[in-house]
Design a protein around this ligand. Structure first.
Ligand code: BT5
Length: 235
């Protein structure tokens, strides 16, 4: 496994797509100029760590759960290193006190060699403020009183935890259920501008969210299609 530091890059996920790397390799930068979120959204990357890990799966069943596994690995690693009371907002925003500290984007790429997964995370490190549209819902390690995180230690921890979870196969890690603050909450599921209100009941084996809607239907939503928020705001 190699760890590659880049002075600047448009997106660490794109870098992995465009370069031939090996399973488990990690690319990171503090200067990502065109970070992507899910569903075509933008990730604001100033003062942040952008990191991507290449995962080449041995089997192709249940790959969507890798995004939950990777998000949990990041959350558990950051919690251990910082002692912050971090939680996960489904599917994999890492949050604290109602604000987002990290965002995760896992992308699948298929070529002649098969499928590979690019697991990306953005972690706000030293931001003192944020652009207008996210200033009420974003936070950084600096704003949380963590000034000197050891980045090498963090990167290694993420890689070790991710591989540890994978030893159990493509399954939702047990710790995810304890960390996930979306469960049992009243939420809005937003799909192409349409909103459905319900209660988040459980996570299924693929990492999808099972929601009981106000008209008592059970629906399962997946992270590639919808976003979810609390009925009173982001959480
Ligand atoms: C995400 O998307 O949160 C996934 C972000 C993944 C970024 C990493 S960085 C390394 C790798 N390379 C990339 O190009 N991407 C990955 P989503 O759940 O769609 O949330 C995006 C939304 O989060 C935006 O629409 C904003 O509302 C908000 N946001 C953007 N930048 C933020 C930031 N720095 N901190 C907190 N919230 C932010």
């Amino acid at each position: 496994m190699s760890i590659i530091y880049l002075e600047q890059v448009n997106s660490t996920n794109t870098y992995i797509k465009e370069n031939k790397l090996n399973n488990g390799d990690i690319v990171y930068t503090f200067n990502q100029t065109n970070g992507r979120g899910r569903l075509g959204r933008t990730w604001y990357g100033e003062n942040a760590l952008a990191l991507s890990l290449l995962h080449i799966p041995k089997e192709t069943s249940n790959l969507p759960v890798v995004s939950i596994i990777f998000g949990t690995a990041v959350c558990v690693s950051l919690k251990e290193i910082t002692s912050l009371d971090l939680k996960i907002k489904w599917p994999n925003d890492i949050v604290i006190d109602g604000k987002k500290l990290c965002g995760v984007l896992v992308e699948a790429v298929t070529d002649n060699d098969g499928v590979c997964l690019i697991c990306g995370v953005g972690i706000n490190i030293s931001n003192k403020d944020f652009p207008e549209d996210i200033k009420d819902k974003a936070t950084s390690l600096k704003l949380l009183g963590i000034d000197n995180i050891n980045i090498e230690q963090l990167i290694k921890a993420i890689s070790v935890k991710f591989n540890k979870f994978l030893e159990n196969g493509y399954k939702v890690p047990e710790s995810f259920n304890d960390l996930c603050i979306t469960l049992k909450k009243e939420i809005l599921v937003i799909n192409n501008g349409k909103q459905i209100k319900g209660i988040a009941k459980a996570i299924n084996e693929q990492g999808g969210l099972i929601v009981k809607t106000t008209d008592k239907n059970l629906i399962t939503v997946t992270s590639g299609e919808v976003s979810v928020r609390g009925i009173l705001g982001y959480i």
